[in-house]
Design a protein around this ligand. Structure first.
Ligand SMILES: NC(=O)C1=CN([C@@H]2O[C@H](COP(=O)(O)OP(=O)(O)OC[C@H]3O[C@@H](n4cnc5c(N)ncnc54)[C@H](O)[C@@H]3O)[C@@H](O)[C@H]2O)C=CC1
Ligand SMILES: N/C(=C\C=C\C(=O)O)C(=O)O
Length: 487
C-alpha cells in the first residue's frame, strides 16, 4: 500500500506485481460520503500488460494436474480465512454493508468458493461411447479456454469475484479480473495473499477502473475468449455487442424483480421475518432480494400489519455497529435513484407504510452525510407501476393482495426478469405446482437464499444467460472436444 494524503491507494496486480497507475479515481466511504481511497483508473495499456502476463502464465498453469491446482486453491482459502476479520472490516467500510453480514456471509462465502471448486475439480469425468459396427470409440476431453475475463459488481464484492475466479483457475485458465470501481479494496487485499498461496505470477491479474474504460478494453480484447459478468442488464447488452465480433463465450448474471407468493396457509411466524430479510438484507442490494410481495387476500391485513412491524424493527445503523441489520447504500447516485422510485410511487397514489419520508433515521452526526435510508414498504400500488416492474436494488418492497393461485402466477411472471422467487405455503402439492410454473431460475419455498453450490445458479428472460455452479461453471470455463478413434 502506498500512502497519499492519508488515503488508501490501490495498485493494479499484473504478472504477480503491484503496479501503480497514471491516474486514479476517488472511492467513497458510503457511511460518511467522504473520499477514503484511490482506485487505479486503468485503460487499454493496463489490459495489454495483463493479457501478456496471463498469456505467459497459461501453458504452465493449464498443464498442472487438477490435484496441484486444487492444493493451491485450498491454500488460498486458508489464507483468506486467516484474514477473515481484516477482510470483513474492509468490505464493510468499502461497501457500506454491516460488519455482521461481511463477517458471516461475504468473507466466509469467498473462502467457501475456493474450497468448493478446489474439491469439485477433482471429480469431473468425461464421456465415452462406442460404435462396434464401425469399429469406433468416441470420447470427450475438456481443456481450459485460455484467458478468462471476469467483471464483477459492487454489492457482494469479494463473494462474487471469487465465485467466478475459483472455477476459472481451478479449470486451468488464467484470469484478468475487473472488480467494480466502487468496491475494489478486498480484491486488492486478496492479491497480497496469492504468492504465498502458491498462485504463479500471471495466473490472476486484477485491473481496476471503470466499466467504459478498462471494462470495455477487457471485453474487446481479441485474446480474451470468454467473459463472465455479473451486473446490470444495460451493461450486459453492451458487453454482448462488444463480444459479438469475436464470438466470445459469455456468462451473464443480471438483475431481478423477485416475487414472494404468500398463500393463506403460510406459516407467518417464519414467513414474516424471512421476507423482511429477503427484502432488506444487504440494503436490498442483492439480485435475489424480494421486491414484490403478493399476499392472499384472506391474510393480507394480518400479514401487512406484522410485516410493517417487523420492518420497523430492522435497525439501520453505521456499518461497524454489530447490532445493525442494515448499513449504507453504495453511493449518492444510487441512493438518489432508489429514493426517486419512492417519489414516483407516491405521485402515482401508492401508500408508503413505513421508511423513507415516513419514519425518522437516527444516525451519529458524522454519518449524516452517508448514504443511508430506512427500509421502505409500499402498498396500494398497481402491477404496471415502475416500482413493480423495474429493479430498484435498494431497501424498498411492494406488498399487494391476490385472490387465486392462477392469478398470482400470471402476475408474478409478468415482468421482464426471471431470476428468483419465494413461495410460502404449507401445502406440498401447491408448492411444487407453483414452483414449476414460475418463470425464475431459482425458487425457494418456505425459505430464502439457502444455497447449494453444486446446483445451477442464474436467471431466465432478462435476468441472464447461462448458469454458474459445479457442472455449469466447469463447462463454461472449459472447451469440450469429441475424439473418434477407429480401431
Ligand atoms: N448482480 C446484479 O444483479 C447487480 C445489478 N446491478 C444493477 O445495476 C444497476 C447499476 O449498477 P452499476 O454498478 O452501474 O452496474 P453495472 O452493470 O454498470 O456494473 C457492474 C460491473 O460492470 C462494469 N461495467 C460497467 N460498464 C461496463 C462496460 N461498458 N463494459 C464492461 N464493464 C462494465 C462495472 O465497472 C462493474 O464492474 C444497479 O442499480 C442495479 O439495479 C448492479 C450490481 C449488481
Ligand atoms: N449474483 C448475486 C448474488 C449471488 C448470490 C450467490 O451466489 O449466492 C448478486 O446479488 O448479484
Amino acid at each position: 500500500m502506498a500512502a497519499s494524503r492519508a488515503l488508501l491507494t490501490l495498485e493494479n496486480f499484473i504478472g504477480g506485481k503491484f503496479l501503480p497507475c497514471n491516474s486514479y479515481l476517488d472511492s467513497y466511504d458510503p457511511s460518511t460520503g467522504e473520499v477514503y481511497c484511490r482506485v487505479p483508473d486503468s485503460g487499454k495499456e493496463e489490459i495489454e500488460a495483463a493479457v501478456e502476463a496471463a498469456r505467459a502464465a497459461f501453458p504452465g498453469w493449464s498443464s498442472r494436474s487438477p490435484q496441484e491446482r486444487s492444493q493451491v486453491l485450498h491454500q488460498l482459502a486458508d489464507l483468506l480465512e486467516q484474514s477473515l476479520e481484516e477482510l470483513a472490516q474492509a468490505e464493510s467500510k468499502d461497501q457500506g454493508k454491516t460488519i455482521t453480514l461481511a463477517r458471516t456471509m461475504d468473507i466466509p462465502r469467498s473462502v467457501q468458493n475456493f474450497r468448493f471448486f478446489a474439491s469439485s475439480i477433482l471429480h469431473h469425468t468425461s464421456e465415452c461411447t462406442q460404435m462396434d459396427h464401425l469399429g469406433c470409440l468416441h470420447y470427450t476431453v475438456r481443456a481450459p479456454v485460455g484467458i478468462a475475463g471476469l467483471i464483477s459488481p459492487w454489492n457482494l464484492p469479494l463473494y462474487l469475484l471469487t465465485w467466478k475466479m475459483a472455477p476459472a483457475i481451478a479449470a486451468g485458465n488464467t484470469v484478468i479480473a475487473k472488480p467494480s470501481e466502487l468496491t475494489s479494496v478486498t480484491a486488492w487485499m486478496m492479491c497480497r495473499l496469492l504468492e504465498k498461496a502458491g498462485v504463479p505470477a500471471g495466473v490472476v491479474n486484477i485491473v481496476f477502473g471503470t466499466g467504459p474504460r478498462v471494462g470495455e478494453a477487457l471485453v474487446s480484447h481479441p485474446e480474451v475468449p470468454l467473459i463472465s459478468f455479473t451486473g446490470s442488464q444495460p451493461t450486459a447488452e453492451r458487453i454482448t455487442q462488444l463480444s459479438a465480433p469475436h464470438c466470445k463465450k459469455l456468462s451473464l448474471e443480471l438483475g431481478g424483480k423477485n416475487p414472494a407468493l404468500i398463500f393463506e396457509d403460510a406459516n407467518l411466524e417464519e414467513c414474516v421475518p424471512t421476507t423482511v430479510r429477503s427484502s432488506f438484507a444487504n440494503q436490498g442490494e442483492i439480485c435475489l432480494c424480494t421486491s414484490r410481495i403478493f399476499v392472499q387476500k384472506s391474510i393480507y391485513n394480518e400479514f401487512l400489519k406484522r410485516f410493517v412491524e417487523a420492518t420497523r424493527m430492522w435497525k439501520v445503523g453505521i456499518p461497524s455497529d454489530p447490532s445493525a441489520n442494515m448499513g449504507a447504500l453504495i453511493s449518492k447516485a444510487h441512493l438518489e435513484k432508489v429514493r426517486s422510485y419512492i417519489k414516483r410511487a407516491r405521485m402515482e397514489g401508492a401508500q408508503i407504510l413505513c421508511g423513507e419520508g415516513v419514519d425518522k433515521l437516527n444516525l451519529p452526526p458524522r454519518n449524516q452525510t452517508g448514504y443511508f435510508m430506512l427500509p421502505t414498504v409500499i402498498t396500494d400500488i398497481k402491477d404496471e407501476s415502475c416500482c413493480m416492474k423495474e429493479e430498484i436494488f435498494g431497501p424498498v418492497t411492494c406488498v399487494v393482495p391476490f385472490d387465486s393461485e392462477e392469478e398470482v402466477i400470471q402476475r408474478a411472471n409478468s415482468v421482464k426478469y426471471g431470476l428468483a422467487a419465494t413461495v410460502w405455503s404449507s401445502n406440498v402439492g401447491r408448492v411444487h405446482r407453483v414452483a414449476k410454473r414460475l418463470q425464475a431460475g431459482l425458487v425457494w419455498t418456505n425459505c430464502w437464499l439457502i444455497r447449494e453450490l453444486n446446483l445451477p445458479f442464474g436467471g431466465m428472460k432478462s435476468s441472464g444467460v447461462g448458469r454458474e455452479g459445479v457442472k455449469d461453471s466447469y463447462e463454461f470455463f472449459t472447451e469440450i472436444k469429441t475424439i473418434t478413434v477407429k480401431h
